[in-house]
Ligand binder design. Structure first.
Ligand code: TRP
Length: 466
């Protein structure tokens, strides 16, 4: 089976693929909204600490487990001789599955905006909030309808994924990343300048750098934790799959630092572009409507810059590719697992899985406005609540499955497989791992305790449901 799996063509190929997996909608679409809800500056600080002390060690752990075992998410635990930990892998697969369902739909929205900016940018400029709601089936007069256009674009996005996965990820995606990633970065810098110089942006900028601890509670920590893990593509065992394709000569510690740094930089840039733009465009009263941050508020930025429509198309194109490389990593690890575990055929598996995920994802797009389907949630402070189904899908993955899967991973490495084995694997490249002692302590004590505490406290103390 091994020869059916992708193999990184080059050193750069892996870094780019892993960075491509990490940098995605999470950074640009989710992060600014979370940062806003979490109180701006405080959230950024908490987020940064979580990336350094929990995210980076977790990524290193997943990569080393993957490379040591050369197996898929569930197979890993069998191979290393600890079948009783396979549940960690199962949560990873199921979580990745749920994420992909909605991820592909948001990818579809992005595609819609590429076409939207190219063909009808003036209607986006004239009523950016209305345009966004309209796409999701909520019309100006308060009526709703099934958002067929968004669904159609989601289907196209999912089909693009399936085609790339079937063809193999190496050449196309790796090559694109080489140009796409730096281009995205430069474009973000340009947008940053435009956004913070908009009329009324100063207040938003202020918000992002001020420390208002009154908005911070355990829910903020959980949100930051879920967001950090989501953004870094960890806690779903995806880096295990990617690590398993790596040669032993690769320095995974160095790569971890690089990937985390790139990912966090893009997220912060997006935050500093979008939040000030939101303050400048929607104003205080509309600010709670966070979902459309990356779609709605940027219209003003593009509207008020020379060549704005061109930059609009370019921005959503780059976001589209960032979303594609992330979505591919999700689908790839599900497909890798299914083909290896059940010995299913790759092409057929990919098609069937993608169709099912697309269909479930329709619930996500439809419950934004058109269909009043609810999920169910519980915490001690609010009791039982019924968030919209689309939010429910995100809570399920970000707030339960990712932290639980990550917890399983670090208990496994910290206490069963032992940090020494991970360190040995990290040092396979021939370079001594200088932070080995710190790493062992983090993964054995700090990470599990922190993740567990944050998980429990958030359910006990309650969280703000949007
Ligand atoms: N990290 C990606 C983003 O920021 C999304 C993603 C890809 C992901 N693979 C993942 C999230 C694995 C969690 C787990 O958009």
């Amino acid at each position: 089976m091994e020869n059916e799996r992708a193999q990184w063509g080059s050193k750069l190929g892996f870094i780019l693929a892993a960075a491509g997996s990490a940098v995605g909608l999470g950074n640009i679409w989710k992060f600014p909204g979370r940062a806003f809800e979490g109180g701006g500056g405080c959230f950024l600080l908490i987020y940064l600490l979580i990336v350094i002390f929990l995210g980076a060690p977790m990524m290193l752990t997943e990569l080393s487990v993957g490379r040591a075992s050369q197996a898929n998410i569930v197979g890993v635990f069998h191979k290393l001789g600890h079948r009783n930990f396979s549940w960690v892998g199962w949560i990873g697969v199921i979580g990745a599955f749920i994420i992909t369902c909605y991820y592909a739909h948001v990818g579809g929205w992005v595609l819609r905006y590429v076409v939207g900016y190219a063909t009808e940018s003036s209607s986006i400029y004239s009523d950016s909030l209305g345009y966004f709601y309209n796409m999701l089936g909520l019309h100006g007069d308060g009526t709703t309808s099934i958002p067929w256009v968004a669904i159609l674009f989601a289907a196209i996005f999912m089909a693009m994924n399936a085609i790339i996965i079937i063809r193999g990820v190496e050449s196309g995606i790796e090559k694109f990343n080489k140009i796409g990633m730096p281009a995205l970065f430069i474009l973000l810098l340009i947008l940053l300048v435009r956004s913070v110089t908009l009329d009324g942006a100063a207040e938003g900028l202020q918000y992002m750098v001020s420390l208002d601890w009154s908005k911070v509670n355990f829910s903020t920590f959980l949100a930051a934790l879920g967001q950090a893990f989501y953004s870094l593509s960890i806690g779903m065992a995806i880096m295990i799959t990617y690590g398993s394709y790596l040669p032993k000569t690769e320095n995974i510690a160095k790569n971890t630092v690089l990937i985390c740094a790139m990912d966090t930089m893009v997220a912060f840039l997006a935050g500093f572009i979008i939040v000030p733009a939101v303050f400048a465009t929607l104003g205080e009263s509309e600010i709670g409507k966070g979902g459309g941050f990356a779609f709605v508020s940027l219209a003003k930025v593009f509207d008020q810059m020379p060549g704005g429509t061109f930059f609009g198309v370019l921005f959503y194109l780059l976001l589209l590719f960032a979303a594609l490389t992330s979505c591919i990593s999700l689908v790839e690890s599900i497909v890798a697992f299914l083909t290896e575990h059940f010995l299913w055929e790759r092409t057929r598996t990919t098609i069937i899985v993608c169709v099912i995920m697309f269909l479930i994802g329709c619930l996500y797009t439809c419950t934004q406005a058109a269909v009043p389907l609810k999920g169910i949630w519980f915490d001690a402070a609010n009791g039982v609540t019924y968030p919209a189904f689309c939010d429910f899908m995100e809570y399920l993955t970000d707030r339960i499955m990712i932290p639980v899967c990550a917890l399983g991973c670090c208990i496994f490495v910290g206490w069963v497989w032992k940090p020494e084995s991970a360190i040995e694997e990290i040092e396979q490249c021939g370079v001594r791992f200088g932070l080995a002692k710190v790493y062992a302590i983090l993964i054995k004590y700090v990470a599990p305790v922190a993740i567990l505490a944050i998980l429990i406290m958030s359910f006990a103390a309650g969280m703000t449901l949007s």
